[in-house]
Design a protein around this ligand. Structure first.
Ligand code: NAP
Length: 535
């Protein structure tokens, strides 16, 4: 069993007991008391252990190992000794490998109060030997693990280091897979989350979590709520498939919330994580190869966002995988699917683009028409960037006529030429000519009106159709921006009686397309909407 351990900085017995009670309520089953700054009165620590609502680890981390205790070693060790001799004893005492190796005298004192093969006292307290590196991966990582494994008194091996990239997580998993004793192997920092969430998949003794957002004891530590609610802690097992959003940055992505809620609703054994990868193609390729080439991870797919959409196409092509033809034409893919069977690469890999299908479906549903009926429409697309490229290709492929307005006319022209052979007609137009009287559907693919410039609209009132037909019932106005949920453009369109489609619809539908490719099940759109609406 992998414990969910809440790590708590102790300032007083009352505060620590109260925090541990909250942690227990939220789902933690073990607590680590960090007494780095609570060392003046050893009996109080014993009282804390006695009153603890959960089995506990006692840790007094010195500054030289990234903690806050800056007193002398003798005092620290005799404090741990007294705690170990108390009437109520902790489940574990954590001590740094470097301290344990530093002197025979110190080892003797520690061994006095912990359970080990030669112990004669009745005690259950186990020794966690630990090693931390807050800067990088230690060069002698495996030597440290081995030293812990060989120490007879060590019950649990613990290593934690700052991940340099996602690949470091795989080493943490390897350490767990080959453990000679119960082990904890965690990566810190922005790249380390997989090691924390997937500790359970790889049989770690525990993962640490903070009680609240601002109560973490190590960089990159999630909260208990995030582990339990967002990252599906209770559902994770050895066979759980791993998905994620690849981009840089991805920390604010809403995709983990949507996909994990979807997996839960569909009772699909998967978990979805933020997977940050530096922008260079070499970083993307090296990371994906490492993830795909590690079968126990069950890495099965990813949403791919800025700046890696082009990199995904290139990677899947280079690896001999399959690329959706329209994604190839668009020049960007947002979905990687890893299919069952075969080796790690080749035909197992599939790259597609669910953005354009999402836009098509959002318009079809908004108008109550089928995809076939799109060919009867004249559609104004505003902007000629990445989003516009996918949307123009999708509608032109479906046979619609597209008028492409862009601030830089040459870009509109180039885009129209790139899709000139598709069934629909794509006509470039000057931004100054934009009015609301020529098309049945308007799609904003510019960032105009996006937070924080929420009072702007790409269609200022002065540019309206001068009393011609203009917007009204039957006109569809679709804004791809999803922050704010209702833009000024949509507000004005709504007032004019138009059918409006918010950007969240496209976001939800592109996620739905991915979900369906990965799970083979239809996406729980209502769950997705609920997650986005509830944030
Ligand atoms: P992009 O590649 O940077 O392209 C931006 C486009 O907007 C360019 O054509 C640019 O014109 C035009 N533009 C920028 N500022 C403008 C201004 N002040 N006035 C007129 N035109 C302006 O960006 P993108 O990736 O295509 O993203 C565009 C929008 O799509 C973003 O707001 C994003 O929120 C949205 N989006 C939504 C989803 C979704 O799932 N809902 C998905 C992707 C994107 P120039 O060519 O003249 O520079």
């Amino acid at each position: 069993m992998t414990h969910l351990a809440a790590s708590i900085f102790v300032r007083s017995v009352e505060q620590a007991v109260a925090d541990a009670a909250v942690a227990a309520e939220r789902g933690a089953d073990l607590v680590e008391y960090r007494i780095d700054q609570f060392t003046d009165h050893p009996p109080a620590v014993s009282r804390l252990v006695e009153r603890s609502p959960l089995p506990c680890i006692v840790t007094c981390r010195p500054t030289w190992e990234g903690g806050e205790y800056d007193g002398d070693e003798q005092t620290r060790i005799s404090l741990l000794e007294q705690v170990g001799l108390g009437e109520s004893r902790p489940a574990y005492i954590d001590l740094e490998l470097a301290a344990y190796q530093s002197s025979a005298n110190l080892r003797q004192k520690v061994n006095l109060v912990i359970d080990h093969p030669e112990q004669v006292r009745p005690t259950d307290t186990g020794l966690i030997l630990s090693s931390h590196d807050f800067e990088s991966r230690p060069a002698d990582l495996y030597q440290r693990v081995e030293a812990m494994a060989l120490a007879p008194a060590c019950r649990v091996i613990k290593v934690a280091w700052k991940a340099r990239s996602l690949r470091d997580n795989l080493e943490a998993f390897e350490i767990l897979a080959h453990r000679a004793k119960p082990a904890i192997a965690l990566c810190m920092g922005e790249y380390g989350l997989p090691s924390r969430v997937l500790a359970k998949k790889f049989g770690a003794l525990l993962t640490f979590a903070a009680v609240d957002d601002d109560a973490g004891t190590a960089p990159g530590q999630p909260t208990i709520d995030q582990l339990k609610r967002l990252y599906r802690w209770d559902a994770i097992d050895e066979a759980t498939r791993v998905y994620g959003v690849i981009g840089h940055p991805v920390v604010h992505s809403r995709s983990p919330a949507i996909h994990n809620a979807g997996f839960a609703a569909a009772q699909f054994n998967g978990v979805y994580l933020p997977l940050p990868i530096l922008p260079a193609y070499e970083s993307f390729k090296a990371t994906l190869i490492a993830l795909l080439d590690y079968p126990p991870l069950h890495f099965s797919g990813a949403s791919v966002t800025i700046p890696h959409k082009e990199n995904l196409l290139r990677f899947v092509r280079e690896m001999g995988g399959e690329v959706d033809p329209l994604a190839q034409r668009i020049g960007a893919a947002n979905t990687l699917t890893v299919r069952e069977g075969g080796g790690p690469f080749g035909p197992r890999l599939h790259a597609s683009n669910t953005d354009y299908a999402a836009a098509l479906d959002a318009v079809c549903d908004g108008m109550g028409i089928s995809r076939e009926e799109l060919s009867n429409l004249r559609i104004a697309v505003l902007g000629a960037g990445g989003a516009a490229r996918a949307i123009v290709a999708g509608f032109a492929q479906a046979g619609a006529s597209v008028v492409l307005y862009n601030r830089t006319f040459d870009k509109a022209k180039a885009l129209a030429e790139a899709f000139a052979d598709l069934p629909g007609k794509v006509v470039p137009a000057r931004w100054e000519k934009l009015c609301d009287s020529c098309c049945q559907v308007y799609i904003n693919c510019t960032p105009v009106g996006m937070f924080p410039d929420v009072n702007q609209s790409p269609m200022p009132k002065g540019k309206r159709g001068k009393g011609q037909s203009g917007w009204g019932p039957g006109t569809v106005v679709f804004d791809t921006i999803y922050n704010p949920p209702v833009t000024k453009l949509l507000e004005e369109a709504h007032q004019a009686g138009c059918v409006t489609i918010p950007g969240a619809e496209m976001f939800i539908r592109q996620a739905a397309g991915q979900f369906e490719q990965w799970t083979g099940k239809s996406a729980p759109i209502l769950v997705f909407r609920g997650v986005l609406g509830g944030e």
